[in-house]
Ligand binder design. Structure first.
Ligand code: GSH
Length: 219
């Protein structure tokens, strides 16, 4: 009989990074304890660009996760790893087609929306153009998501169980509002968000509850 060794889990995160938030949600939902290390994306040109941080994350982005001496980057791949390694609180459905639907939603957000409105992309534009650019891609993606959710959603994105799709959706909607997109024009999207945001893991993972949230935003 051996004793199970629980490795120390560390999340490198920025309070309002949507990709960090996805992983915070998966960790909370799976009740995995972790240490939070803040990486400030703006201060001093961005701590993500520091040489010692890029050893962890060669893309110079958050999140990064370490479990013991293993290093993980890319939020959706990280969530998939957590799903495989901590299967007791599943975030993927049993049925293969439903699982596909979850991954389709993750992909719309993770490839079709977020990268186009990320900080390093926005910096390529003058400040006056940034909002129009970001909101254009967010609206395009949310139109698609609304169509998908019409077919898949129950209480949550896919049926009545929380999945990785929900971990991607909620942070993306916070970004949508930052760029002044009216989320309420997408009724299924807005309804699912309302069902999720009241749940304890979603409250705990919210940017306003993170240690690096500026006091004026903290709740
Ligand atoms: N595909 C990556 C993932 O899912 O982890 C994207 C990560 C990403 O874009 N992170 C953003 C970031 O670190 C915050 S959400 N941006 C910093 C920068 O662009 O300099």
């Amino acid at each position: 009989m051996g004793t199970m060794r629980i490795s120390h889990v560390v999340l490198y995160s920025y309070f309002r990074s949507s990709c960090s938030w996805r992983v915070r949600l998966a960790l909370e939902l799976k009740e995995i304890e972790y240490e939070y290390k803040a990486v400030h994306l703006v201060k001093g040109g961005g701590q993500q660009n520091a040489d010692d941080y890029k050893v962890l994350n060669p893309m110079a982005q958050v999140p990064s996760l370490t479990i013991g001496d293993k290093v993980f980057t890319q939020s959706i791949a990280i969530m998939e790893y957590l799903e495989e390694s901590y299967p007791s609180r599943p975030l993927l459905p049993q049925d293969a087609f439903q699982r596909f639907k979850v991954r389709e939603i993750c992909e719309i957000i993770g490839s079709g929306i977020q990268p186009l409105q990320n900080l390093s992309v926005l910096k390529q534009f003058e400040e006056s153009k940034q909002k129009d650019w970001a909101s254009k891609w967010i609206v395009k993606g949310l139109i698609a998501l609304e169509k998908v959710l019409e077919g898949t959603s129950g209480k949550y994105c896919v049926g009545d169980d929380i999945t990785l799709a929900d971990c991607c959706l909620v942070p993306q909607l916070y970004n949508a509002r930052r760029f002044e997109v009216n989320v309420e024009q997408f009724p299924n999207v807005a309804r699912v968000e309302k069902n999720l945001e009241i749940l304890e893991p979603f409250i705990k993972a919210h940017p306003n509850r993170q240690p690096d949230c500026p006091p004026e935003l903290a709740s």
